[in-house]
Write a protein that binds this ligand. Structure first.
Ligand SMILES: [Cu+2]
Length: 316
């Protein structure tokens, strides 16, 4: 990362095969559970009952909502992250992020493995697909450098794993952003966080100065909007290259993905995008829970390549 507070090219973090496998797995697992739960209903259906059972399936497979249309506005959803920052705890709402081993050597590819366990200590295997994925994993060093956005895959026993390289020594924060689906269909939106350690001499990078312009690989990204404490305000990002506007492509079901992290405690903010471009720009709605400095990370895709632009914002 350079001093401008800008970025790097994100390699293809969404290989097609594992993704499909993950989705398929989620569908299969969800389907099996539903088949058991709804066996009685299905039997009735076979006997000439109504199509009532289709509804349950949709809560698992059709969670992906038009981004921005109240992204987690489901009737049965308990959303803990609307106003407060998430990712500050390994346990919330009865669910626990449990890392499974895993030592990291700086600069060497390792593997992050973990489970999400429920209040009965059972590994959760039923997750809703949100923004095309059942699990979003954000990794950043505690100085807010080295941002990564990954998508682990789940084994049938509920163990998630993803190759992970921590390029520099230091303490890193990993955020698991997911939605569980309980046996009764209740969905819980959560971001749990845990620290990872890459042993070695930690030389923190100072947070770059606030700016509303970022550049990455010849792309310039400007945003308009002023984050305010406790107010949901629009942030509109415009992407240009050589003075022209490239075609911004949909990526994970939206025209961009934005993560905001708070300096000091690394609180994680959910940011909801609007479903369509606004005059060619990507618009998000952000509520900041308190004053401080925040780092914004915008993932966007042009010509099949995902890049991340970064910005520091001071909220008075
Ligand atoms: Cu993701």
């Amino acid at each position: 990362m350079d001093e401008e507070g800008v970025t790097r090219t994100v390699p293809d973090q969404h290989p097609a095969a594992p993704d499909r496998a993950t989705v398929r797995l989620a569908l299969v697992v969800g389907g099996l559970i539903l088949a058991v739960l709804l066996g009685f209903g299905l039997g009735r259906m076979g006997a000439g009952g109504g199509p009532a059972t289709a509804v349950g399936l949709e809560t698992v497979t059709d969670h992906t909502h038009p981004p921005g249309t109240g992204a987690h506005d489901h009737g049965a959803v308990a959303d803990q992250t609307t106003t407060d920052a998430g990712g500050l705890s390994v346990t919330s709402a009865g669910y626990t992020l449990t890392p499974l081993g895993g030592a990291f050597t700086p600069g060497r590819e390792g593997s992050l493995r973990f489970q999400i366990r429920d209040a009965q200590r059972r590994a959760v295997t039923r997750f809703a697909i949100v923004h095309d994925k059942p699990m979003h994993l954000i990794v950043v060093r505690r100085d807010l450098s080295g941002f990564q956005h990954l998508h682990p895959t789940m084994a049938p026993d509920g163990t998630w794993s993803v190759p992970l390289t921590l390029p520099q020594p230091g303490t890193w924060r990993a955020y698991a952003d997911f939605t569980t689906v309980a046996d009764d269909g209740t969905q819980t939106v959560l971001t749990l966080g845990v620290d990872l350690v890459a042993p070695g001499r930690y030389e923190p990078t100072p947070l770059p100065a606030p700016t509303s312009t970022g550049t990455v690989d010849g792309f310039t990204v400007d945003y308009q909007g002023t984050p305010q404490v406790g107010v949901n305000v629009p942030l509109t990002f415009r992407i240009t290259a050589d003075g022209a506007a490239p075609t911004v492509e949909r990526y994970l079901g939206a025209y961009g993905h934005l993560v905001a992290l708070r300096e000091g405690d690394l609180g994680y903010l959910h940011v909801h995008p609007e479903p369509a471009l606004v005059d060619g720009a990507v618009r998000f709605w952000l509520t900041v829970p308190g004053p401080g400095r925040y780092r914004l990370y915008l993932d966007f895709q042009v010509a099949g390549v995902v890049r991340t632009a970064e910005f520091t914002v001071t909220v008075p």
